[in-house]
Every structure is written in C-alpha cells, then in structure tokens.
Design a binder for this molecule. Structure first.
Ligand code: SF4
Length: 261
C-alpha cells in the first residue's frame, strides 16, 4: 500500500499562491537533455521535475526538490504546453518524488494521449494507476538513510521517517506487474549488495511477473565527476560479479553537476 504521501510543508516551501488550484503541480525545472541513466541512457528527452519528496536520502542529487523544495506551480495544461515546445518523443517525469502529487496521473494521461513515450522516475513507495511506458524505480537502501552523521542539515531529524518509508516490497511488486520496470539501485559500495540481493529476491517472491537480471540496474553513487571517479569502477565490477546491469550517470559524465541537465 502507499506510504504517507505528505510533502511536508511543500505548499509553503515553494510558495503556493492563492491562485494555484488543487490540480496544479509544483515544478522545480523543465528542460530538454539526454536521459542520463538506465535503459534509455542517451535518448533526447524532456524532463519535468516536480518538487517535493516523501523521503530524504542524504545523497539526494535534486536537493531543491527534497531537502529544500523550490519551484513554481503549473497547471497540467501549462506543463503540456511547455513540453510541446520541445521537439522530443520522450518525456521523463521525475523529482523529487513525482507520484506524491495526484496531478502527476492527469499529466501522464495527457502525455499518453499526445503520443509521448513516458518514463517515470520514482522511489517506488507510492503505487499509482497511470499510463507509464517505463517505470524507472529506484528502491532506497539503508545506505540512503540520513543519519545524524550523514544528514546534510546535520540533525538526523528525517532518519526515522525515511527508514520507515524507504522500501515497500508490495508496492515494488505492483510496479513490476503493472509496468515495464527497471529497478535502479544507487550503490555506494560492495556493502550494499547483500541488501540489493535481498530486495530483489523479495520482489521476485511478491510479484506475479518476472524480474530479469538485466532489469536490475546498479548505478554508482556520486553527484560530481570527481565522486563518480571513486565509485564507477567499483560498481561496474559489482555488476559483472552479480550479473546485473550497470548504468552510467551520463549527465554527470557530460555536464558534471550543472542544473538543467
Ligand atoms: S527519493 Fe529521490 S528525490 Fe527523494 S530524497 Fe531520495 S534521491 Fe532525493
């Protein structure tokens, strides 16, 4: 079942105006780039990045959608108009956690009606019924939890909530059954592999659909080229050892940590 989908003061944080209606989406950024991760790495895509998340990974690479959410409120029609201005077949709905917003379903339905291929990048804790061509699900490991030592704000205030919410095997199984799904794990090092193996086994047990090894992706943790230099090779070796797929972070390789990429 879905976990709590509150966005923890998001409306105030992103300055929701009195004119913004219930069906609007808080948009952090909307831009065209190359998909950097996963099966469709390298494909030109329009990215719709919503603001707000129900988790707080310490290494979050979109800090201003989670730890300090910012953005402007757009109607679904305004998002569609902005997407239509780009010449792209692929749209990536990302965040933050886009599925905390009910309006994301309306947006996905409208994008499907227009013939776009849609990828949803999600942490896999909230089940939805929406037209999604590729569910790019990134289950969060214990190594993501913002303990006091790792919390970017330094107080560990989110650790318990994050830990309680971060992995929901039943919801992950729903994704696998309902959509073409890739399970993309952010890997900090070899110590993560036992938990990944356990999570994959539990999802396989729970789902009435297969989870092939090449739909399990290992992605090195790192938000800058410098950080990836330390983790890339380690994670590639782990992919070889365990038989899972390695995914690069092309956008970091190409543009480092520049926004809008
Ligand atoms: S789930 Fe994704 S968006 Fe949310 S805090 Fe973790 S990395 Fe950031």
């Amino acid at each position: 079942m879905p976990v709590a989908s509150d966005t923890d003061g998001l409306a105030e944080a992103v300055g929701r105006s009195a004119e913004a209606s219930e069906g609007d989406l808080p948009i952090n950024e909307l831009f065209r780039s190359l998909q950097g991760e996963g099966r469709l790495a390298g494909v030109p895509s329009v990215f719709v990045r919503t603001s707000g998340c129900n988790l707080r990974c310490w290494f979050c690479d979109s800090y201003h959608t989670s730890w300090e959410p910012t953005g402007d409120w757009y109607s679904v029609d305004d998002v569609l108009a902005a997407v239509d201005e780009y010449d792209a077949d692929h749209v990536v709905l990302t965040g933050g956690e886009p599925l905390v917003h009910d309006a994301s379903v309306a947006l996905l339905e409208a994008l499907a009606d227009r013939g776009y291929h849609t990828t949803v990048e999600t942490n896999g804790t909230i089940a939805v019924d929406a037209p999604i061509d590729l569910a790019s699900v990134s289950p969060k490991l214990e190594s993501s939890t913002p303990t006091a030592e790792r919390d970017p704000k330094g107080d560990g205030e989110w650790a318990d909530r994050h830990e309680a919410r971060r992995l929901d095997v039943d919801v992950l199984a729903e994704f696998v059954e309902r959509y073409d799904t890739q399970l993309k794990f952010v890997v900090t090092g070899p110590d993560d592999m036992g938990e990944i193996e356990d999570a994959v086994a539990r999802v396989r047990d729970a789902a009435d659909a297969p989870v092939p090894d090449d739909s399990v992706l290992l992605m090195p943790e790192g938000q800058t080229r410098e950080q990836l230099t330390e983790t890339r090779r380690v994670v590639a070796d782990l992919a070889l050892e365990y038989g899972y797929r390695y995914t690069p972070r092309l956008h970091v390789d190409l543009w480092n940590d520049a926004p809008g990429t």
